[in-house]
Design a protein around this ligand. Structure first.
Ligand SMILES: [Zn+2]
Length: 436
């Protein structure tokens, strides 16, 4: 299509917006290029007839439209990246999804139309019992979870559904609803702090033996998650057994496919358990503290020693950081990402002396300078909290200072959420309905 033009002259304007692409696609899907079939007439002579995309009527048009919107975005990011007009990582050319490799998914918009009796949305909840979601072109689907909480919010105008994404992972279909919701109830939000107030930071350390330790700058431990859930620890032998089972089966055989499905389902279960655990930890952190300091992911990656099974993998740490950041923004708190070169483990939280000789085997931090002896992870968490306080001070005094603060105090009218009413604390949560 228009893709070839963009490679050459940058001055040539190519229609790459979602709108142009959908028009191009709509023309293509009915054309001969999209599909032909043999038609045999009465005399027995066969000829080719243009059918277009044969299955196009089985799929809601929105599925195509949303895919094209994504393609438009991806192409735009790619060209911007190539011309150096885009910050961040280099963006590659969009690739086709592979049927057996990528996670299958599609997205639908929620269209709301006015009727005589009120409004009617194309994505509806609870139409066929409390555990159901109605999607355009598909109809009412039974889902695993009760949709009552969200229905209550929708009915009172405190939320509206923007998109539904249907995806398949580990042999299960799931529907994720993208919802625009009102602000969290003031009772569940942190009290705003004055700009000069630099105190109250809590450092969150990810330990190799202890998953999470959080502490204040004064040395007080505020949270310690001593061990990862047993469900996560016991998953490893099962993973190994199922992997072996796959590798023993002949390639391309039906039994291998079944073994692959079993392994995928197992991975999915472990993933769900891990997410549940991370939600518990992130909730505990954001409920009790309005100011958190988290380590940059890279430093933890650097320290990772493969001979030691990390209680939380890098991926889980990234997920925890993501959860803490968005949950904190809902509550009007702040999250600070510590400089990746900050030696949180090797610094003495008492006197600031850096002990380069500290190894991973040292469970207790001993300071040769001031004689402090403190649990290794607690020491690191205290250092992070102190770093947050210092960093905040230097930022207020010198706004040019480096560092990344997620200041979650939302300005009036900013963000994507409507202010129809306040969301009650009870409404806060991530709702993912998985198909039964
Ligand atoms: Zn010391």
């Amino acid at each position: 299509m228009a893709l070839t033009g963009e490679d050459g002259d940058a001055e040539v304007k190519i229609p790459w917006t979602g709108f142009d692409l959908i028009n191009a696609f709509n023309a293509w899907k009915k054309s001969e290029d999209a599909g032909r079939r043999f038609v045999v007439d009465v005399s027995g002579a066969a000829k080719l007839e243009a059918t277009g995309l044969a299955w196009r009527t089985e799929v809601s048009a929105q599925v195509f439209e949303e895919a094209v919107v994504d393609l438009g975005k991806a192409l735009k990011a790619w060209t911007a990246s190539r011309r150096g007009k885009r910050a961040g990582r280099v963006v590659g050319h969009p690739r086709f999804k592979k049927k057996n490799v990528e996670r299958g998914s599609f997205r639908m918009r929620n269209k709301v139309s006015k009727t005589k009796t009120g409004e009617r949305a194309t994505i509806r909840l609870g139409e066929n019992g409390p555990r159901s979601v109605t999607l355009p072109g598909i109809g009412a689907i039974r889902v695993h979870d009760d949709t009552r909480r969200l229905r209550r919010m929708l009915a009172s105008g405190r939320a509206r559904v923007l998109f539904a994404t249907v995806s398949r992972r580990g042999g299960r279909w799931r529907i994720s609803l993208n919802v625009q919701a009102a602000d969290v109830h003031p009772a569940a939000r942190h009290k705003p702090r004055g700009k000069a107030d630099h105190a109250g930071w809590a450092g969150v350390d990810r330990g190799l033996h202890v998953p999470v330790v959080a502490a204040g700058a004064d040395g007080s431990e505020v949270l310690r998650v001593a061990t990862a859930p047993k469900a996560l620890r016991s998953a490893q032998p099962v993973t190994r057994r199922l992997q072996k089972s796959v590798s023993r089966k002949a390639k391309g055989s039906a039994s291998r496919r079944a073994a692959v499905r079993r392994l995928a389902r197992h991975h999915e279960r472990v993933r769900a358990r891990r997410h549940h655990f991370l939600h518990q930890v992130s909730n505990a952190l954001v409920k009790t503290h309005d100011r958190l300091v988290i380590e940059d992911l890279n430093i933890t990656g650097m320290l990772a020693n493969h001979r030691l099974a990390a209680a939380i993998s890098d991926a889980a740490w990234g997920e925890l950081a993501r959860q803490v950041t968005y949950k904190q923004s809902w509550r009007g708190g702040q999250v600070l990402i510590a400089d990746r070169w900050f030696p949180s483990s090797k610094t003495c939280s008492g006197c600031g002396d850096v002990n380069q000789a500290l190894t991973l085997a040292n469970r207790v931090f001993h300071c040769e300078h001031c004689g402090l002896a403190l649990d290794r992870d607690l020491n690191a968490a205290v250092n992070l909290a102190a770093w947050g306080e210092q960093h905040y001070l230097s930022q207020v005094l010198d706004p040019e200072a480096r560092g990344q603060v997620t200041n979650a105090h939302r300005r009036e009218g900013s963000g994507r959420r409507a202010r129809a009413d306040e969301t009650s604390p009870d409404d806060v949560g991530t709702l993912t309905a998985s198909a039964a």
